[in-house]
Ligand binder design. Structure first.
Ligand code: NAD
Length: 262
């Protein structure tokens, strides 16, 4: 899929992996709608890449429809949707004090990470179905979802997060099959540990403790022995979009890390 002259929507694009993706797509000539809850950062990113900000809570169908409409309204065909919006969550099935995992917290993580991804996928795909195909294969668009290696092997103390990310993996093949009739490809990326603001709140915001925490995170990474960079994620998204034979695939992006039980 050629990106130049198209429009794209990226959820969670005010920060981290979504921001890097929005920048990579804009660099390739796409008009990008930055769809995020964070107005201030989202507007800054959109302005810096010549795109447009759309205040979006991915759990809200109306918000996502408006963000997709903004892309379509740009006058360039909507060819790409990248679902990056998501939250981390750490809580055990039974807490140390013997109480069960909070159910509302579990539902919230599922609502944002899993249902929010499906919301972006279904509304963007419907808009893509109304465009003209770009090639003799009948291709109309590409959707990329962001799962996590936690969705494959699970992560201790992150049952809600792992379940939400596993759900995204489970959607990949059925979505690709359903959307094949309208010429839309679907792939999912499972990042390992990528250096984004998602880890900022950890270690109470203390920079030195934060650095030590990130260094510990990097220990089990096989090679290169460092955290991934958001630009490397943006590069992979672009590659998956531009390579027309990549479909229904779940791609690990993790420097070889495998999470072990603690
Ligand atoms: N950074 C990593 O190591 C890593 C690893 C695996 C998976 N991931 C996944 O990648 C995605 C992006 O993570 P990141 O590291 O860039 O995090 P981040 O916190 O830097 O960015 C997430 C963005 O999503 C937005 N967001 C949160 N809830 C939203 C909602 N309901 N509607 C719209 N926007 C919302 C936030 O405002 C933020 O801008 C997440 O789904 C995360 O689970 C990240």
């Amino acid at each position: 899929m050629e990106l130049n002259g198209t429009s794209a929507i990226v959820t969670g694009a005010a920060s981290g992996l979504g921001e890097a993706t929005a920048r990579a797509l804009a660099q390739a000539g796409a008009y990008v709608v930055v769809a995020d809850l964070n107005d201030e950062a989202g507007k800054e990113v959109a302005a810096s890449i010549g795109g447009q900000f759309a205040h979006t809570d991915v759990t809200d169908p109306q918000h996502v429809q408006e963000a997709v409409d903004a892309a379509v309204g740009s006058g360039r065909p909507l060819r790409v949707a990248v679902n990056c919006a998501g939250i981390g969550w750490a809580s055990r099935t039974v807490n140390r004090d013997g109480s069960p995992h909070d159910l509302a917290a579990f539902n919230r993580v599922i609502a944002i990470n899993l249902t929010g991804t499906f919301n972006g996928l279904r509304i963007a795909a419907a808009a893509m179905s109304k465009t003209e195909p770009v090639d003799s294969d009948g291709q109309r668009g590409v959707i990329i979802n962001t799962s996590s290696v936690a969705g494959i092997e699970g992560q201790t103390g992150q049952i809600a997060y792992s379940a939400s990310k596993g759900g995204i993996i489970g959607m990949t093949v059925p979505a690709a099959r359903d959307l094949s009739v309208i010429g839309v490809r679907v792939n999912t990326i499972c990042p390992g540990i990528i250096n984004t603001p998602i880890y900022k709140s950890i270690a109470g915001g203390d920079p030195a403790a934060g650095e030590a925490f990130l260094a510990r995170l990097a220990e089990p990474i096989v090679f290169p022995k460092r955290l991934g960079r958001p630009e490397e994620f943006g590069h992979l998204v672009r590659s998956l979009i531009e390579n027309d034979y990549m479909n229904a695939e779940v791609v690990r992006f993790d420097g070889g890390i495998r999470f072990q039980p603690k």
